[in-house]
Design a protein around this ligand. Structure first.
Ligand code: FAD
Ligand code: NAD
Length: 511
């Protein structure tokens, strides 16, 4: 009797697993089919208002994915013709994740919208909020791109009825001498590729020198400035790469190669729970990352960093540290097109790391210009999570605006008073719906800290939170990032990359 019931339970369990696998595969297949075969799109209609979107990052793409594009004639302008899934960018220089697995071409995304969206590969250089003109310039650099100089100089003007600015931020150097000349950033995919190439070039170069040579020691020093999440995740990934894979091709390199993380404040990961900060510092020390806090970098030359270290007794000391590869990850600065617009608007006199917006994400002091993501100057942090939520909010707001505009047009054409009253009531309802301000709902933060460990500072509701770190959190980190990536194709490619790495390890090619 007992044995029978066990047998029956096992059978039920087996059937349930079998059905889940079949169901899961079916759903995945359907999702891939749907993504690869979008419905035919309608062509733009001249009667619609012109909506120009600057940028193809988190804010812009989240808005585009949620917007009913049949309400506008939409033009997207960005020098980058793809969306980049930044949370996994620190995994690219080491080859944990393949560059192609975290990009989604904007034309692909634009194909999934109801009405055709045009895309221009260009950079907005000037916005005139009075005439509603945007100057855009073809962004290719003739020095690096294989195009005629005339193509590189192409400049044109676009006009808009509504403008959405989602140009993000640029790396902030705080005016530190030598950063642009000698350091790498980690902001774009091309940065990750350059870091990889320099790291491998230095390792190969070091093989030509004797083991006790100071130059060999310098070449093998990988330094990251900035102990925010970008700096910590990159240092952790590089250390893993050296300890798990490079040591197979270069025996003894794990003892020779030094990964250094320099932070001006007393702690790293300052936006995280203090318990997680201590845990992360403990792990980074344990895996032998040379962590230097209270150390503010002041100058960089081709081989050395000069920094001021605050000692425990409160005194300051100037230190000079040699480096082989240097990555500058000290946070966000304002893009020129944003500061240019701020300079034209009186209401933006106090704007610092972006433009001031009202609670509907409308730029203070300008008509019909909205702003998203890292280029806003608000109390919300400059994260993908914020930009993504703002994008969804703005898509709804713009849809409502289009409907109100449509009603206004109808109102102008109406002659009977009764119909006018009905229409006016409808408009008032729409206005009320629109009058909900943007409210960011923080879900928490995650960061990879090396040796298959991560930290998670999770929040739900207004009061509940959990701060956790370790190997299980690392699994959660992986699941969360796969879930967050935008396309099914990318989700599959990211999982395959992790599988590939666990079977074959990461290779040591220079590119
Ligand atoms: P972006 O995503 O940076 O997009 C800006 C877009 O504007 C780009 O397409 C750019 O090409 C375009 N552009 C630039 N200049 C112009 C111009 N003049 N005209 C037109 N277009 C222009 N946040 C998290 O929440 N979680 C994470 O795990 C996380 N990890 C990160 C890891 C790294 C390495 C980095 C660098 C950032 C990470 N972030 C993370 C932060 C997150 O990426 C940003 O907050 C987010 O990208 C902001 O979105 P955005 O749309 O404002 O800007
Ligand atoms: P950040 O602003 O979070 O950190 C930069 C760090 O550099 C700061 O701790 C600062 O004290 C330090 N610094 C500045 N100048 C310095 C100097 N001269 N010498 C030494 N240290 C110096 O920057 P970030 O890590 O690039 O992150 C930018 C934004 O993106 C943040 O909002 C962050 O939360 C988000 N982000 C999130 C994740 C994640 O959630 N996993 C990952 C990357 C980025």
């Amino acid at each position: 009797m007992f044995r029978n019931s066990i047998k029956r339970s096992a059978l039920v369990l087996w059937r349930a697993s079998y059905l889940s696998v079949v169901g899961g595969c079916g759903y995945l297949g359907y999702s891939i089919y749907k993504e690869m075969n979008p419905k035919p799109q309608r062509l733009p209609d001249d009667g619609r208002k012109k909506l120009v979107v600057l940028g193809t990052g988190w804010g812009a793409i989240s808005m585009l994915k949620h917007l009913d594009t049949s309400l506008y004639n939409v033009t997207v302008v960005s020098p980058r013709n793809y969306f980049l899934f930044t949370p996994l960018l620190p995994s690219v220089p080491t080859g944990t994740i393949d560059a192609k697995s975290i990009v989604d071409p904007v034309r692909n995304i634009a194909k999934q919208t109801p009405l055709e969206v045009s895309y221009l590969e260009a950079e907005a250089t000037h916005i005139d909020p009075v005439t509603r003109h945007i100057t855009v310039q073809h962004s290719a650099n003739p020095a690096t791109a294989n195009i005629a100089p005339v193509a590189a100089a192409i400049q044109t003007q676009l006009d808009y009825d509504y403008l959405v600015i989602a140009v993000g931020a640029q790396p902030n150097t705080f005016g530190t001498p030598g950063v642009y000349e000698h350091a790498y950033f980690l902001k774009e995919l091309s940065d990750a590729v350059k870091i990889r190439s320099k790291l491998m070039q230095n390792i190969e170069l070091a093989q030509l020198l004797p083991r006790d040579s100071p130059e060999r020691e310098r070449l093998l020093t990988f330094t990251v400035i900035g102990g925010g999440p970008t700096g910590v995740e990159l240092a952790a990934e590089v250390k893993d790469y050296i300890d798990d894979d490079l040591c197979k091709w270069f025996p003894g390199i794990e003892g020779e190669c030094k990964v250094q993380l320099i932070e001006a404040l007393p702690n790293i990961l300052n936006s995280f729970n203090p318990k997680l900060i201590s845990y992360s510092e403990f792990i980074l020390n344990k895996i032998d990352i040379d962590l230097r806090v209270n150390t503010m970098v002041k100058n960089i030359d081709s081989h050395h960093i000069t920094a001021t270290t605050r000692l425990p007794n409160g005194d300051s000391q100037t230190v000079t540290l040699p480096y082989g590869v240097l990555v500058w990850a000290t946070g966000n600065g304002v893009r020129p097109v944003v500061s240019d617009l701020a300079n034209q608007l009186e209401d933006q006199t106090f704007a610092k790391r972006g433009l001031l917006v009202n609670s509907f994400l409308k730029v203070n002091g300008a008509l019909d210009i909205f702003l998203l993501g890292d280029c806003t100057f608000t109390k919300d942090p400059p994260t993908a999570q914020v930009a993504h939520q703002q994008g969804i909010y703005l898509a709804n707001l713009l849809e409502n605006l289009a409907r109100i505009d449509e009603l206004e047009l109808k109102l102008d054409l109406l002659e009977s008073n009764d119909s006018r009253v009905v229409l006016l009531e409808e408009m008032q309802t729409k206005y009320k719906q629109q009058l909900k301000p943007f409210k960011y709902s923080h879900m928490g933060a995650l960061a990879y800290i090396g040796s298959e460990r991560a930290v998670a500072d999770l929040v739900w509701g207004d009061w509940n939170s959990v701060a956790t770190g370790g190997s299980l959190t690392f699994l959660f980190w992986r699941v969360a990032y796969v879930a967050m990536s935008l396309s099914v194709k990318n989700k599959v490619l990211i999982c395959l990359d992790w599988l590939k790495m666990s079977i074959f390890g990461r290779d040591c090619s220079k590119e």
